[in-house]
Design a protein around this ligand. Structure first.
Ligand code: 16G
Ligand code: MG
Length: 543
């Protein structure tokens, strides 16, 4: 074991004494200046994980939609999934070990997981465009080399590109060429083939405006653009040339504020979309001729994609079980539309991609999206094989063509994780194939008015939830109170959950009118404040 050199290397990335951090919903995230030791140690952990699994492990330096001065790290497991949950505790223990405890914590992980330190290992490293990301990724590399592991630094990549590369490398290229270039080639080929099959295919399509959140997504879209011409014409805003990352722009800003980002030139009725800071989330929107703003979030995306796939399955004549996985935040109208009109089974998972991804793996075709725009489609091996077979042996020209379209969707969607670029191309292809405008897409169902708020409490762990976060079991009396409040309004629903990324309790409410959704959200905030130890001023009504 090379633990001596590890300790020497760690001393160069010393942990500020007393600082503790949690591996949250999607890894560590905090102010960049507190993360040097965490990065070094996640380099160590990635090596251990690689030795354990005998596969390449990914480490992505990013804080996603958080402000530019923050940073964070996400670990990527062999098939491009997020780090298995059983290892999150090791990540937390390592990050929080004081220098003199580091050796013991490392030795314990090695023992518990029966890791053979002589085994080979390799780590793939990527980073976003934050000013702090370069030096933090060097800290990861220092950790990796302290354990004498191999590594490859992929430099500036989107989070989903790193997930893709890890999956390609661990499947001997069967998923694609393990490079950013390979990613562009795979996706653009699938996109161009898909759109080509459209009877509606118009050489001159109106342009899609993209808000790149001043982040990595805009750099990568610029690189990819030439592969997509002439079938997709793009106009890029917030491309990072002057604005700040995620500041008044990006998918999270648009979704939470329910308004357009700064820095975009929106023409009435034109399609626009926003990526988040590491390009793993996307939302669409447009402005109508009366200046009204319309948001098409992850629920609308899930509906569009699952409807399209279901229609193709009917044409192909394949009976595969397809389901949509959402979270408690899914708009009630989307769930109702999918279940009642589309007759697609819908499941609710806890917030956080890993939970949705896991659930979606249970089906032949699992479409998962969080309302905030994070999601993808998973095809089981059987589904993929059957579809590929039918591109050749389908009963009719029409069914073979439908099978080919499904095959192109399989190649276009990034099955390792939600991916703004890949999702955008799937959406653009569907709109083009169906001849749908963004307005028509939006009209498929009407969102129920909703409101999201947050309450600060002394300790958010006093709230415990069940039923995929839709009901609370602690503190006593809170759920009963929420039930009473919900009864006062029509078509209403509300839930509260402790955030996994911020020290707050989140409150969600929906109802028949915006006024009622706002009032219900406020009343639920008050209930949380009183029953769960609110701090600071009592929540004020919105109007
Ligand atoms: C993280 C999750 C996202 C989730 C959000 C909830 C991933 C890659 N990201 O950003 O899926 O919606 O946390 O945040 O899993 P909250 O717990 O603060 O509401
Ligand atoms: Mg993100």
């Amino acid at each position: 074991m090379h633990l001596e050199s590890v300790l020497r290397s760690s001393a160069r990335h010393a942990k500020p004494a007393g600082l503790t951090l949690q591996y949250g919903t999607a890894g560590f995230r905090t102010k960049a200046e507190h993360l040097d030791h965490v990065m070094h140690r996640m380099g160590l952990l990635a090596v251990l994980r690689s030795k354990k699994t005998k596969f390449i492990i990914g480490v992505m330096v990013t804080a996603s939609h958080n402000p530019e001065e923050d940073n964070g790290v996400k670990l990527v497991d062999p098939m491009g999934e997020m780090l298995v949950q059983e290892w999150e505790i090791y990540a937390t223990n390592l990050a929080n070990a004081e220098e003199h405890e580091l050796q013991t914590v490392l030795t314990n992980i090695i023992k518990q997981e029966a890791i053979n330190m002589q085994d080979e290992s390799s780590v793939a490293i990527g980073r976003d465009t934050r000013p702090s990301s370069e030096s933090l990724s060097l800290a990861v590399i220092d950790g990796v080399t302290a354990l004498e592991s191999k590594y490859q630094d992929y430099g500036l990549v989107t989070t989903p590109q790193l997930h893709y590369i890890v999956c390609c490398r661990n499947t001997d290229g069967r998923y694609g060429e393990p490079s950013v270039e390979g990613y562009y080639q795979k996706l653009s080929k699938a996109f161009n083939d898909l759109v080509k099959q459209s009877p509606e295919c118009q050489a001159e399509k109106e342009c899609l405006s993209i808000d790149g959140a001043n982040g990595i997504g805009s750099l990568k879209i610029k690189e990819m653009e030439r592969y997509l011409q002439p079938r997709l014409s793009l106009q890029l805003f917030n491309d990072g040339s002057n604005g700040r990352l995620n500041y008044m722009c990006g998918a999270d800003y648009v979704k939470v504020q329910q308004k357009p980002p700064e820095g975009i030139d929106m023409k009435p009725n034109e399609r626009c979309c926003s990526f988040d800071g590491d390009a793993d989330r996307i939302v669409y929107y447009y402005k109508d001729s009366g200046d009204g703003f319309h948001l098409l979030d992850g629920d609308k995306i899930a509906t569009l994609i699952s409807t399209f796939i279901k229609e193709l399955l009917v044409k192909v004549g394949l009976e595969l079980n397809m389901a949509v996985v959402q979270t408690a935040y899914a708009n009630g109208s989307s769930t109702r539309y999918l279940e009642e009109v589309m007759k697609v089974p819908v499941y609710c998972a806890k917030t956080g991609v890993k939970h949705l991804h896991h659930k979606a793996q249970e089906f032949d075709i699992g479409v998962y999206f969080e309302a905030n725009g994070h999601g993808t489609v998973l095809f089981s091996k059987t589904a993929e094989e059957q579809i590929r077979q039918l591109t050749k042996t389908g009963a009719s020209e029409e069914s073979r063509k439908a099978a080919q379209m499904l095959e192109n969707v399989i190649n276009l969607i990034n099955q390792t994780v939600g991916d703004a670029i890949s999702d955008m191309l799937v959406i653009e292809a569907i709109l083009s194939l169906k001849g749908l405008t963004i307005q028509k897409w939006n009209e498929i169902y009407t969102d129920l008015p909703n409101r999201q708020l947050k309450v600060t409490v002394a300790d958010r762990k006093v709230i415990d939830t069940t039923d995929a976060e839709r009901r609370t079991v602690k503190p006593p009396g809170l759920q009963e109170k929420i039930d009473d409040l919900v009864k006062k309004y029509n078509m209403s629903r509300a839930f509260v959950r402790p955030s996994g990324t911020e020290d707050v309790v989140r409150v969600y409410a929906e109802a028949d009118t915006q006024e009622n959704a706002d009032a219900l959200a406020h009343e639920v905030c008050l209930a949380v404040y009183h029953l769960a130890g609110g701090v600071g001023d009592q929540p004020k009504p919105l109007r």
